[in-house]
Design a protein around this ligand. Structure first.
Ligand code: F6P
Length: 545
């Protein structure tokens, strides 16, 4: 913790002692609690009234944000300052969705012309694929897109394609990411080379998983249709245009982006191409516009009226002041089932850091473990622990007021009732007296009540926030993802860390390169530790080598 924030944090820790101990009482004693601790922006609502905060807590969190220079840091990001100091880069994913009239200057050069040009080129290509004008080498229409990428070059578009299924009227889209050959094998098994288009998506165009899968895909096309067919069956998205050229992809099928777009913030760039092909350029532009709307809100709303800021402050409160090590994200929206996986990269690759922006060791916890699954499925799996386990895990619920299936309204009402019931149950809990009374009312014997009632107690006072929106359309998806991006930014400023590098992924990559010949058996494991060497020996033994 930087010294100048120590006083603010100490005040927050003192405040925790005064925070409501019983949320039931907090609601009973303040009929305005929901109004005080909820915010709306258009149809989007954030409710954090079930968290144990008071107006004084929020004021102290605001002080902390001010002391951390949040507003100045936010301005620095939007203005293109090189806030990613360890990579000496600007952080301008917001420019990708800034709209047709925006002008943004970076290092003396206007960048929006380039952004618009790539978006227009994506649209032209996407329209051609969707209409059948850009056919395969044998003249047949493209029916299947296979995106080959990993991390930010996979999770964002894969999550968004699923989220926007009701708008999906283009070719089928598949995502291959894992270097495990099973992934590409099982994906290609049902596909026809004549009607398949691959998009090789990699910011660096060096990532081993993506390059390995791309080479396998190219062989698959070459073997079926000949080498000349590669031009008609591949497109690429990257910042490393020289490396793409070496792979042999036709220049008019290469879509660039820039080093000021972080991998996990790249969904808005040409990395979104498979989404655009799936749902069409109009819907993709609505998605960008939704994100831009959230950017404007984040850039201009006062701190405590600012949804991403409040989510970040509440996140900090739970992580640092309350010391809760994880948070669960539970979309009661089946089409957001990949959102937790997407947020794991966004949040944990950004804020899983142990060194401050100045290079000193952090003195408070940083990013929490983020995990989740959609509701209602999670209720029948891990909710037991959320309600009665020994750890307190803040939960973030997301839900749409309306589904896309008007004829299945009953399903949606059940979904919402469950979502609301879970946050209420986490907050209220059930006392021993209530458990006993309930059992008595059912005619259970006193002996049985004594034995079973303690197991039926819920401690309650378990915090959750709820995000509600009208419908999961492209505009709303854009707002939600931008909201989470900015929330991660807010928390990073409070932690005092750089959210935009990811050095923690390097060591494993380096060691894997060194271990490949050892696994292959062309080099011995002498330089490895005894455990690694023993594991290699056992692999070789199992393979009969
Ligand atoms: O896991 C590290 C990482 O660099 C991520 O940040 C990135 O999204 C992913 O690998 C893929 O990188 P690329 O798009 O360069 O292939």
């Amino acid at each position: 913790m930087r010294d100048f924030l120590k006083a603010e944090l100490a005040a927050l820790r003192d405040d925790r002692a005064a925070a409501p101990k019983s949320m039931r009482e907090a609601f009973a004693s303040d009929p305005q609690r929901f109004e005080t601790f909820s915010l709306t922006e258009g149809d989007l609502l954030l409710d954090w009234s079930k968290c144990a905060v008071t107006p004084a807590t929020m004021a102290l969190l605001e002080n902390l944000a001010e002391a951390a220079g949040l507003a100045e840091r936010r301005q620095a990001m939007f203005s293109g300052d090189r806030i990613n100091i360890t990579e000496d880069r600007a952080v301008l994913h917001t420019a990708l969705r800034a709209g047709p009239d925006a002008k943004i200057v970076l290092d003396g050069a206007e960048i929006m012309g380039g952004v618009r040009a790539v978006l227009d080129a994506m649209e032209k290509f996407s329209d051609a694929v969707r209409s059948g004008a850009a056919s395969g080498a044998t003249g047949r229409r493209i029916t299947d897109i296979v995106n080959i990428g990993i991390g930010g070059s996979d999770l964002g578009p894969a999550m968004a394609t699923l989220a926007l299924a009701p708008y999906h009227d283009g070719p089928r889209v598949h995502y291959v990411s894992n270097v495990d050959g099973a992934h590409i094998h099982d994906t290609l098994k049902g596909l026809d080379p004549e009607t398949t288009l691959f998009i090789v998506a990699s910011k660096t165009f060096t990532t081993i998983e993506t390059m390995t899968n791309a080479a396998t895909a190219r062989k698959w096309i070459e073997q079926a249709l000949g080498t000349a067919a590669v031009a008609k069956h591949f497109a690429a998205v990257s910042t490393a245009l020289d490396k793409v050229a070496n792979f042999g992809i036709a220049p008019d099928r290469v879509f660039g982006f820039w080093d000021w777009v972080g991998g996990r913030y790249s969904l808005w760039s040409a990395i979104g191409l498979p989404v655009m092909i799936a749902v069409g350029a109009k819907h993709f532009r609505e998605f960008l516009a939704g994100a831009h709307e959230m950017d404007r809100h984040f850039a201009t709303a006062p701190l405590l009226k600012n949804i991403p800021v409040v989510m970040g402050l509440v996140g900090y409160w739970h992580r640092v002041v309350c010391n809760y090590p994880t948070r669960a994200v539970i979309p009661y929206d089946q089409r957001l089932s990949r959102l937790p996986a997407y947020l794991q990269q966004l949040d944990m690759e950004s804020n899983g850091k142990r060194v401050t922006i100045d290079g000193g060791a952090v003195t408070t916890p940083t990013g929490p473990v983020v995990w989740g699954e959609p509701g209602t499925n999670g209720q029948h799996a891990f909710f037991q622990l959320l309600h009665q386990g020994t750890d307190i895990i803040p939960v973030e619920f997301l839900a749409a007021a309306e589904g896309h299936e008007p004829k299945l309204r009953h399903h949606h009402d059940l979904l919402l009732a469950n979502c609301l019931a879970q946050s209420e149950a986490l907050m209220k809990g059930r006392t021993l007296e209530e458990a006993e009374a309930q059992m008595r009312a059912k005619g259970v014997t006193p002996a049985e009540i004594e034995k079973i009632a303690p197991h039926r107690v819920f401690p309650g006072n378990r915090p959750s926030v709820t995000i509600l929106y009208r419908k999961l359309d492209p505009h709303t998806l854009g707002r939600l993802i931008a909201l989470y991006e900015h929330r991660v930014f807010v928390e990073a400023q409070l932690f005092g860390i750089n959210a935009f590098d990811q050095w923690g992924v390097e060591l494993g990559k380096e060691l894997a390169t060194g271990l490949l010949p050892v696994v292959e058996g062309t080099q011995d494991a002498a330089r490895s530790d005894a455990s690694t060497a023993g594991l290699v020996r056992h692999i070789h033994h199992l393979r009969g080598a």
